[in-house]
Design a protein around this ligand. Sequence first.
Ligand code: AMP
Length: 314
Amino acid sequence: MRYSYICEKKNMDLLSVGSVAFDATETPFGKTGKIVGGAGTFISLASTFFQTKKGLVSVVGGDFPIQTLNTLKDKGIDISGVQIKKDEKTFFWSGKYHNDMNSRDTLVTELNVLEKFDPILPSSFTQPSYLMLGNLSPVVQRKVIEQLTVKPKLIAMDTMNFWMDILNDELKRTIGMVDILIINDEEARQLSNEYSLKIAAKKIQNMGPRYVIIKKGEHGALLFGEGKIFYAPALPLEEVFDPTGAGDTFAGGFMGYLSQFDQYSFEKMKRAVIYGSALASFCVEKFGTQRLTEIDSNDLKNRVDEFYQLIEFK
Ligand code: AMP
């Protein structure tokens, strides 16, 4: 790592890295054809609700709609780190949800452009205050960290069981370099070999991250760190159409919220969990990224208020 600890001019608040993809999802409420998805897309869209300087590193093929990238740009994301491989195909993922919508089967994963993805950070991206590493190969995630020239205030990382199955040693190395690991309950259990989420979080903290966030789908999220635990429920919704991207939206909202501040604290992280959960609650209301592109900051504020009412007591 080529970190310099001398205070240098800050040029980006939040750098996100993740897939920009085509998805096809099937839920008990319907089925989509190929629609825009990808962890990087959901993370970036969620982060646009916070007035900070943001950038995205990713890769797409020549088949990806340029207007989607322009939408991200118009919403304030610097997309100069998104490579376009003209003669290749965009990453494609397809999944089918079970009736409870808390679990799904992956039907298709076509890596395409992701197979040889070499993330190259433009020079203006190398000193972010906050870094969000979306679910990608742990080797790619590490390559991003290695290009940073200043240590970020916080590096957060998402991953999935796929990488635990095929690249566990690489994954552990990358996990050892981050401050926050954001994963779901099933993944936390697999990574730690523990059933108790409290013990699982402790074991993951021993791997490196000072903080661990365990997402439990419709049952909310747990934040562990500094010897404390914070729990936020998910907002009970009347309609859940498509949970795809909810975890990424949570992560983008969580880091987007924190990226507004020069200093983070456990109290700020608690509020960040609520903002992440509020944005994720919108994401699931329609297929793909649609709902996130319809709402505005007022909708978000109202939903955060609903969270306060849900959990407030004296
Ligand atoms: P989530 O529902 O939060 O787990 O995220 C779903 C998103 O992750 C979808 O939009 C997919 O395109 C993307 N995705 C699924 N598998 C992978 C993978 N192996 N690498 C990168 N992105 C993936």
